[in-house]
Design a protein around this ligand. Structure first.
Ligand SMILES: Nc1ncnc2c1ncn2[C@@H]1O[C@H](COP(=O)(O)OP(=O)(O)OP(=O)(O)O)[C@@H](O)[C@H]1O
Length: 427
């Protein structure tokens, strides 16, 4: 039962108010059992990509539990300082940290805070300490300040060993400090971005649906702005290179623009970098038409693979989420964490037509009603190059922002993966 100061028990209330020309947003943080654990009043900036400032915290004590969740869970915080506008550490110090200190006055000092020092920090942490603990039956809660990359590194690190019967899927709290934050915006489709803070005290969670992409033997992960390449992890039973994902696997225009825009120079432009790279790819400097990507594409439904009749493509994308950026609704039939996979496909076309189709996705997913688009639920996707693309740049596959290049006669095969590796905290 709530103490007097917690009479306002309006769970998930989000309110915007204005005073002194400043915009404020109240985010209510539901605690265990759905009761309100605290209110955070955020001061918003006009630039919505800029993280808000924490103006005030009001903690609501309940008589049965003075501490909010996670209670018995061992809590880790990951600050991915290379993500997005590189504000993870600042946002933690100014907003998330003070909120956690208020919510978990007794336990906060015991939280393990990890700050990334390299592009592989999260993978190594997940692969080592976090996997060892989860596999030994320690219930973990991981608060991640990053973009999609941090979550995918966790998924890949935690899936890189066989699990014991004692494995407990860690709970992960998503704090969207990346560029696109597709997973966060697909799970939290509200118009008003509450920066994941509402989940900080919640004890509700759902398994994160994932997929596994297997590649032909010579496939390589491109790193360091494609200046170097690395071998991928291999599947212990088949020996094939693999990568797990939870957001998207694409080839063609989408993969190319993600790959081309993943440079320090482009990253300065935030989410605009994807549109900038799209324009470059769609309007080649020599005035020619955009590239027609050549490969054999097949889709899996149930146990049956069916080949698409088209031999040339522009956009081939399988996704397990609805939004690849907050306003970019690529798969309007996907529901948060529902485990479905959808294909979005269109064939070679002009730059203008490709821009028109993508523009419709920015209008709430209207592209799926256009006759040029193939949109359907699938269970897997296979792309076989069969020597049809000589240049490596046309054989780049995107898995949740990571780029893998396969060989001239190589292939990628993607399937939903039923494993429960991580649970996502929801409100
Ligand atoms: N300290 C660091 N030094 C070098 N690289 C880092 C460091 N911290 C994070 N990174 C790298 O920065 C990239 C950030 O990826 P992440 O997906 O989190 O953010 P993003 O790409 O901006 O967002 P999104 O994927 O949502 O568009 C990852 O490749 C990660 O490995």
């Amino acid at each position: 039962m709530a103490e007097p100061q917690t009479l306002d028990n309006n769970v998930n209330r989000r309110e915007e108010s204005q005073s002194d020309d400043k915009n404020y947003l109240t985010v209510t943080l539901p605690g265990p059992g759905g009761s309100s654990a605290a209110d955070a009043i955020l001061e918003l900036y006009e630039d919505v990509t800029k993280h808000p400032r924490l103006a005030k915290i009001t903690k609501h004590l309940t008589s049965d539990t003075k501490e909010a969740a996670p209670g018995i869970r061992e809590t880790h915080v990951i600050l991915s300082v290379g993500s997005g506008h590189q504000k993870a550490a600042v946002f933690y110090d100014e907003c998330v940290g003070p909120l956690l200190a208020a919510l978990y006055a007794n336990d906060y000092q015991k939280f393990h805070v990890h700050t990334t020092t390299s592009a592989t920090s999260v993978l190594e942490l997940a692969n080592g300490t976090l996997f060892t603990k989860a596999n030994a039956g320690t219930a973990l809660r991981i608060i991640v300040l990053s973009g999609d990359g941090g979550i995918i590194d966790l998924v890949n690190g935690l899936s890189s060993h066989a699990t014991s019967a004692s494995y407990i899927a860690p709970q992960v709290v998503l704090i969207p400090l990346g560029t696109a934050n597709a997973l966060y915006h697909s799970i939290n489709p509200a118009e008003q971005n509450t920066w994941g803070l509402a989940a900080l005290a919640s004890s509700q969670s759902s398994p994160l649906p994932i997929f596994t992409a297997s590649f032909s033997p010579g496939a390589r992960l491109l790193v360091d702005e494609a200046r170097s390449e690395e071998e991928l992890a291999t599947d212990p039973s088949s020996g094939r290179p693999i990568l797990h994902g939870a957001v998207v696997c694409s080839w063609g225009m989408h993969a190319s623009l993600v790959a081309d825009s993943d440079t320090a120079e482009y990253r300065k432009f935030g989410v605009e970098r994807f549109k900038m790279a799209a324009k470059e790819a769609l309007y080649p400097a020599d005035g020619s038409a955009p590239h027609a990507y050549k490969a054999k594409v097949s889709v899996l439904k149930g146990d049956e693979w069916t080949s698409l009749k088209e031999e040339e493509h522009m956009y081939v994308l399988a996704t397990m989420v609805s939004n690849l950026e907050q306003p970019f609704c690529i798969s309007p039939h996907s529901r948060p964490l529902d485990g479905t996979m959808h294909l979005v496909h269109f064939g070679p076309t002009s730059g203008d037509e490709a821009m028109r189709l993508m523009g419709l996705a920015y209008q709430g997913g209207k592209h799926i009603d256009d006759p040029a688009i193939r949109y359907e639920a699938i269970d897997g996707l296979r792309i076989k190059f069969q020597g049809k693309e000589e240049q490596g740049q046309w054989r780049r596959i995107c898995v949740d922002g990571k780029i893998v290049r396969v060989e001239t006669d190589g292939w990628v095969e993607l399937r939903k993966d039923a494993r429960r590796v991580l649970d996502v905290v929801t409100v």
